[in-house]
Design a protein around this ligand. Structure first.
Ligand SMILES: Cc1ncc(COP(=O)(O)O)c(C=O)c1O
Length: 413
């Protein structure tokens, strides 16, 4: 659990303040128990008899999270050869991994299919042709663009007129290529976007895939992708998972009673890890500026858009909690900003905070998904460490980068 008790924010049964003091800031902290809860919440809401939850590790590749999900029997959605290789290294079974790349090179297909032995989910007609030439007589899956898209930001919409997937009017070409290279199509996949809080787009996309499925006889699974949203603001309503789960289950029970058995795959990333992580940062500067026209408070911290890019990239909102002043009245309206040389270097805009001092630790909440995994070394700053908490135990799973790490790929200095 990540919760406020009295004046403190706790992660598991450990005070966030204590973690910051022992391991330093900035730091990503994950509560593995929350990950496990989220996995079961999603799995139990879809009652369909043959369901496989494939964790989309692009959201967070933390090793303890991956191991916990592996042990629960989850599959894994990999979007790069390196994610696929990591999954194999962690011990996910090959048949539980699906590689869904975008603009995949032949060498990448060769590695994923040929060396790792993982099923490739092909994204375009051209890539399917190449795949067929390289791996005739094998199994393959295709990513469909069902013409339906949704998401928390236009950059997070991946169905409709986007670069993703095989369009509906290209399906005849798919049939021809399958025949020409004697490929066995075992899966139909789609992923329509990320951060979706309404059930309807998922149901519409699933219906579209099932309409397509009747044209193919050897299918083993239908994968409706990820995208299950989480509330980032207290005013946002969570996705109605029970409703969505019931609808999907009856859709699949009904369809498979005519078609024969099909596995239903889902690929949640954000839903599994989003609320399981916080980014702890320390206040290093408080700038209060006032004139006749405006009054502004900037709370400057020792992190920034290089560690959590969602606010800068998507205008995304993250709640902020002063970890040892959690019960104090929120009397200050401030922007929480980082140490990167950009005006867009924002962690939170216009948030209500208690009276702060330099040295206070803040938790940027719901930072478990697309936090570390989208971080960079911009401004030549090292990335933070990661710790995983399980109840009262804590483990450093990735150390803080050093100056030497930043120089590692330089040929000569
Ligand atoms: C192919 C694919 N599957 C699943 C996901 C996971 O999305 P989310 O984290 O929104 O569940 C993504 C992320 O965009 C993706 O590209």
């Amino acid at each position: 659990m990540i919760e406020v008790i009295g004046s403190h924010l706790y992660i598991g049964s450990i005070k966030a303040e204590q973690i910051a003091n022992v391991y330093g800031t900035p730091i990503y902290v994950y509560d593995v128990e929350v990950v496990v809860d989220n996995y079961f919440k999603l799995k139990n809401s879809i009652k369909y008899r043959d369901l496989e939850v494939m964790y989309a590790c692009k959201a967070n590749c933390n090793v303890e999270i991956l191991k916990a999900l592996r042990d629960l029997g989850a599959g894994l959605d990999a979007v790069s050869p390196w994610e696929a290789a990591l999954a194999v290294r962690i011990g996910f079974k090959r048949e539980k991994i699906l590689f869904t790349g975008s603009n995949v090179e032949s060498e990448e297909m060769k590695f994923v299919r040929g060396e790792l032995g993982i099923l490739v989910n092909v994204d375009s007609i051209s890539q399917l042709r190449r795949y067929g030439r390289m791996f005739p007589d094998t199994e393959v899956s295709i990513r469909i663009n069902p013409g339906i898209g949704a998401g928390h930001h236009e950059y997070a919409v991946t169905g409709g007129i986007t670069k993703f997937g095989i369009y509906l009017n290209q399906l005849k070409q798919v049939e021809d290529i399958l025949k020409e290279h004697r490929l066995k199509l075992v899966g139909l996949h789609t992923h329509i976007g990320s951060g979706i809080l309404r059930p309807e787009p998922f149901i519409d996309a699933a219906e579209k895939l099932l309409q397509i499925a009747v044209n193919f006889t050897n299918l083993e699974f239908i994968d409706i992708g990820g995208g299950f949203g989480i509330p980032y603001r207290p005013s946002e309503k969570p996705l109605d998972l029970d409703y969505l789960g019931d609808k999907l289950s009856s859709l699949f029970e009904d369809f498979t009673s005519r078609y024969g058995n099909l596995k239903l795959r889902v690929e949640p990333g954000r839903f599994i890890v989003g609320n399981a992580g916080v980014l702890l940062v320390r206040v290093v500067d408080i700038k209060e500026v006032e004139s006749k026209e405006f009054r502004k408070v900037f709370v400057g911290v020792d992190s920034g858009m290089n560690h959590l890019i969602r606010p800068a990239l998507y205008g995304a909102h993250h709640e902020v909690i002063a970890v040892s002043k959690a019960d104090q009245p929120r009397v200050v309206t401030a922007d929480v900003v980082g140490n990167i040389c950009e005006s867009g270097d924002i962690l939170a805009l216009d948030v209500q905070l208690p009276k702060l001092s330099e040295g206070d630790v803040l938790a940027v909440m719901n930072a478990g998904a697309y936090g570390y995994s989208m971080s960079s070394n911009y401004n030549m700053r090292p990335r933070p460490p990661e710790v995983a908490v399980y109840r009262d135990s804590i483990k450093l799973t990735r150390r803080r980068e050093t100056f030497e790490d930043l120089l590692r790929t330089y040929i000569e200095l």
